[in-house]
Design a protein around this ligand. Structure first.
Ligand code: HEC
Length: 276
């Protein structure tokens, strides 16, 4: 990414104060403020629309994207995910039950026993290893395909992340802090790009709003030419700002996903998605 652009971004208006720096944090107030921020920034975009990422900012891009979604490049991946799932069906049914439409919406959640955030991909691999099967790699391939199959079956349901204990709140706060804290060679935070500067251009890309960031994953990116998980995307964004990425499914990224998913509560699951 060009340095000039990054400097421009880091000098950009910082309007995040109300949404991210309140002294006491109540997640629900936090979420409402987050939504209000985007409403104020772009009054003609309704919160529900942000599930389509940066495309909401341009009618042309939206039309192109809608055309791509008519016959999306992730269709094969959904089929492959289904075949993989059915191959080990008995194992998965023991972990997830028999209704594949009811799985995706449960994740991420805070597991009170292990005091950790459990993601869908984490649960898939745990299910496998508990049954003596080999775990999959975290960022692409089979795990993304199965995740796509489960997301596709859950389309239209709403993100519903719950915070019901102090430990869950602590995980949320860690994710939130990570999201807001500047880092890397250019001293940029996730919020700087995806909140303050959302809708603005970064090189040839328009920056998406963080609202709705988790609804459509896994994503088939034209740039990757295959399907990738949310944590693969997190790594990519961290590399772009020359910050050392954490590992996919590290506690840091799971907490970040927990925070981001909570911010998207009430929005529709529309994965898998297509992105440039
Ligand atoms: C220098 C600006 C910049 C920073 C900082 C940044 N990103 Fe991004 N991010 C981008 C760009 C550019 C894209 C591609 C366009 C888009 O969808 O926003 C992107 C895409 C994404 C997407 C995919 C959006 C979609 O619709 O599929 C997610 C999720 C994401 N970023 C999360 C993060 C998180 C979390 C952080 C902090 C660790 C972060 N980004 C930091 C620039 C940034």
């Amino acid at each position: 990414m060009k340095k000039t652009l990054l400097i421009a971004l880091s000098l950009g208006v910082s309007m995040l104060a109300t949404s991210s720096m309140a002294a006491t944090i109540d997640p629900e107030t936090d979420r409402q403020q987050f939504i209000e921020f985007f409403k104020a920034k772009n009054p003609n975009i309704s919160p529900e629309e942000y599930i389509n990422g940066a495309y909401v900012y341009s009618a042309d891009k939206m039309a192109q994207w809608e055309a791509a979604e008519e016959f999306p490049p992730y269709l094969d991946a959904i089929d492959e995910g289904e075949a993989l799932y059915n191959k080990d069906l008995a194992v998965y049914q023991k972990c997830f039950g028999s209704d594949v439409s009811k799985i995706r919406v449960k994740y991420p959640y805070f597991d009170e026993a292990s005091k950790q955030v459990v993601t869908l991909e984490g649960a898939i691999n745990k299910c496998r290893t508990d049954a003596g099967l080999k775990p999959y790699g975290w960022k692409k391939g089979p795990i993304a395909q199965i995740s796509a199959y489960l997301a596709d079956n859950a389309r239209g349901q709403k993100i519903d992340v719950k915070i019901e204990s102090d430990a869950a709140l602590a995980a949320y706060n860690k994710g939130r802090d990570f999201f807001n804290k500047p880092r890397g060679q250019f001293n940029l935070s996730c919020a700087k790009c995806h909140v303050d500067n959302s809708g603005r251009n970064a090189r040839s890309n328009t920056l998406s709003a963080a609202l709705g960031h988790t609804t459509h994953f896994p994503v088939f990116r034209a740039k990757w030419q295959n399907l990738g998980t949310l944590h693969r995307r997190y790594e990519g964004c961290q590399k772009n700002i020359r910050a050392k990425p954490y590992k996919a499914q590290s506690e840091t990224y799971r907490d970040l996903e927990f925070f981001q998913a909570y911010m998207s509560n009430g929005l529709e699951i529309n994965g898998p998605g297509y992105r440039e």
